[in-house]
Design a protein around this ligand. Structure first.
Ligand SMILES: [Zn+2]
Length: 187
């Protein structure tokens, strides 16, 4: 796979009818926000998640966390990145989530058909060749999604910064069926 470091330079190609004529995709989002705000009433919520749970998940566009998990506005923190990887920055967010905003459970969600399964750490090398600088971050690609969920659970469990490490569960979301499959942390 190429690095994909070359982003397309042509305007975003929205599906027919998806964007207003001549508008960018961001214009479309701003238009949608105006409609949203027109029907919005302040729910008067506290910033602390009602269900006291943080969900760490892949950024994959097919994964609608709120619908898939029956969550409502205000229920949880959602922390997402490519792969749902437990990076230092995810630990930073979880630490703030637990220590400042009262969450105590962590749910990890990876998924079938993840883009990280088709990448390797060569991606970093290719980037370096292209731009003359090696990224400081690891790609965190993987071959075995179950094992990657286990590793992510382990990273949270061994973090000294978190207050609550007794309710950490990991799952693989099947993008074809919508079902979660729980991963046994000790297999
Ligand atoms: Zn993914």
């Amino acid at each position: 796979m190429s690095t994909s470091a070359h982003l397309p330079t042509e305007p975003f190609a929205a599906p027919a009818g998806a964007a207003r004529t001549g508008g960018t995709v961001t214009d479309r989002l701003v238009d949608a926000n105006h409609l949203y705000a027109a029907g919005f009433t302040d729910p008067g919520m506290d910033a602390r998640p009602v269900l006291r749970v943080a969900v760490v998940a892949c950024m994959d566009a097919r994964l609608d966390l709120h619908d898939a998990l029956g969550l409502s506005l205000g229920d949880c923190h959602t922390i997402r990145n490519a792969g749902g990887v437990v990076t230092d920055d995810v630990v930073r967010s979880l630490t703030i989530s637990q220590r400042a905003l009262g969450t105590r459970s962590v749910v990890l969600i990876h998924h079938t058909g993840c883009g990280l399964e088709s990448l390797t750490e060569d991606f970093r090398h290719e980037l370096e060749m292209e731009v003359g600088q090696r990224p400081s971050w690891a790609v965190e690609s993987f071959r075995d999604v179950d094992q990657d969920v286990r590793q992510s659970m382990q990273r949270i469990r061994t973090s000294p910064f978190l207050l609550h490490r007794d309710d950490i569960r990991g799952f693989v979301f099947d993008v074809k069926t919508g079902l979660l499959r729980e991963i046994d942390p000790v297999t």
